[in-house]
Design a protein around this ligand. Sequence first.
Ligand SMILES: [Zn+2]
Length: 194
Amino acid sequence: MDNSRYVLGGAVWINLVNTINKRMDDILDDQSRTIQWLEANNLLGESNAETIKNPELLQSLIDELQGLRSLCKEILTELEEQGTPSAYAKDQIQKLIERVHVRLTLVQAAEKLDLICQGVTLLDHVLYQIVHSMIHTLSTVSLDRIRKCEHENCILYFIDTSKSGKRRWCSMETCGNRQKAAEFYARKKRSYSN
Ligand SMILES: [Zn+2]
């Protein structure tokens, strides 16, 4: 199975929006694919590897992810249309983080000390990581680098981290090649009809 869609957005919150594609193939509809998606996005710590196998807990996590996905999608649309999230969207983020509990841990690696912030429960942890990813993007990435794939049959988003800033496709292997082939045949057709 092609799992490239799980991480091609370049940030967890955008990868969450990409869990549903234009054909309405929804990764969150399937528990085992959701676990694969969570793993691919490093959202499960070691301590959560067992917890996630509880189907009821997983389902409540999926319900939360569906709600958060709508909010993330709304924010992407607002960024496209008005360049900034609406007051309503910001209020929704605030309401969400008020429910999320985190714990700080002091760690030492080599000579350096660091603070690690983790959600108290699995649900807290996943929600925290996704919201953190969103705020990190909004505060560090310029808007013109957050894009939707240019292919007319694609609705996937990505952050363009390329040096040139000219990335047009969610994936060169799929949409990029399909589009190039379509442009090639369109040119060929035109030259025949001339
Ligand atoms: Zn695409």
